[in-house]
Unconditional design. Structure first.
Length: 388
């Protein structure tokens, strides 16, 4: 209760301070107009935009971000490429970040396009030779925007642009000079390669993803950057798991399992429950695949345990889609176990009954969430169980 009270006071104090800044800027704008004192007008509009951005973190998120956009646009009536280039770049960068944030909840393609356009304007000022660190930061932002755009349209083309932007950032972010930025950008690059593997050159792009995650782990150690270490190990496990589908199945699955186990040294149930659940689900998938290679019963048991661990977090009320997905995975493992169990009729019946219960739970979610493809697969599995 004490910590919560302190946080509430901090939020209240922040809001009050921002309201004072907004009021002061509005009063100043009654005096310094665009026509009479353009530099002061632009400075005040920029301060106002920053204040509204801060206020968006406290309340009325979208409304305050729209006010911030309007203020920055007013500042850009003064700041141009020729007259105030660095102010122009800073303001365009602020706009890009806002548009990218709004794109996560509304008009994704339209707002991402605005973000990309803003970052491209920034790069007209921040060149590699004159502003290397600003150039790298903007390229990183641009890469993230292209990566998000790839989820909406022109997947391969936008992923290629995301990869290129990360490569540009890495011209500045070296392991020796900017280790944390280097690691973060390598992680982003790995994610882009992993997604590119779904489109083209599967094995080659997965190998690139693995290599970039390994580069990130040169910085993200268990002791110094535990959360970065865990996230990257989880990503690495995903890449190895997918690589197992195209080459060296057992070896890559073992590497995936090892990576997930490393992630779980940090992603514990008590400390990071959501990360814990995601990695346990991934671990379950890896054990399920390993069961097709060797030690069938042992690995199926491990898969079941991992999925059950994930369900300690993924409840129907709080995480319905994840709850449905993990129950589907759990049902699949029990189904495979039951169908393969020919020696012990009791074990077979128990496994099939547990499969039925898990698939029924997943159907509840898939129906409610209108997930038609998954619903069809779960219903097919239940029909298969009725014949078993």
């Amino acid at each position: 209760m004490g910590n919560a009270h302190v946080r509430m006071n901090e939020v209240r104090e922040k809001e009050q301070n921002l309201q004072r800044v907004i009021y002061a800027c509005q009063q100043d704008l009654k005096v310094c107009s665009l026509s009479k004192s353009p530099p002061d007008y632009a400075i005040t509009q920029n301060k106002l935009g920053n204040a509204y951005r801060g206020m968006a973190e406290v309340r009325d998120w979208e409304q305050n971000l729209q006010k911030a956009i309007q203020a920055y646009r007013e500042a850009l009536k003064v700041y141009s490429l020729t007259k105030f280039p660095t102010d122009y770049a800073t303001t365009q960068n602020n706009l890009g970040n806002i548009y990218r944030g709004i794109a996560e909840v509304k008009d994704g393609e339209q707002n991402l396009q605005k973000a990309i356009q803003a970052y491209q304007e920034v790069l007209k000022v921040y060149s590699l030779s004159d502003f290397p660190t600003d150039y790298a930061a903007t390229q990183n932002n641009l890469g993230n925007a292209y990566g998000s755009m790839a989820e909406i349209s022109d997947r391969e083309q936008n992923l290629q642009k995301a990869i290129q932007a990360c490569m540009e950032a890495l011209k500045v972010y070296s392991l020796s000079d900017f280790p944390t930025d280097y690691a973060a950008t390598q992680n982003n690059l790995g994610n882009a390669y992993g997604r590119m593997a779904e489109v083209t050159d599967r094995e080659e792009n997965l190998q690139r993803a693995i290599q970039t995650y390994q580069e990130a782990l040169k910085v993200y150690s268990l002791s110094n950057f535990p959360k970065g270490y865990a996230a990257t190990q989880n990503n690495l496990g995903n890449a190895y798991g997918r690589m197992a589908e195209v080459a060296d199945r057992e070896q890559n699955l073992q590497r995936a399992i090892q990576a997930y186990q490393e992630a779980l040294k940090i992603r514990t149930l008590s400390a990071l429950p959501i990360g814990y659940a995601a990695t346990q689900n991934n671990l379950g998938n890896a054990y399920e695949s390993m069961a097709e290679v060797r030690d069938r019963e042992q690995n199926l048991q491990r898969a079941i345990q991992a999925y059950q661990n994930a369900l300690k977090v993924y409840s129907l009320s709080k995480f319905p889609i994840s709850y449905g997905g993990v129950n589907f995975n759990l049902g699949t493992v029990y189904l495979h176990w039951g169908e393969a169990e020919l020696r012990d009729a009791k074990k077979r019946a128990e496994a099939l009954e547990k499969a039925k219960a898990a698939f029924k739970e997943s159907v509840r979610v898939f129906q409610r969430e209108n997930m038609e493809d998954w619903l069809s697969q779960a219903q097919d599995a239940l029909a298969r169980l009725r014949k078993a």
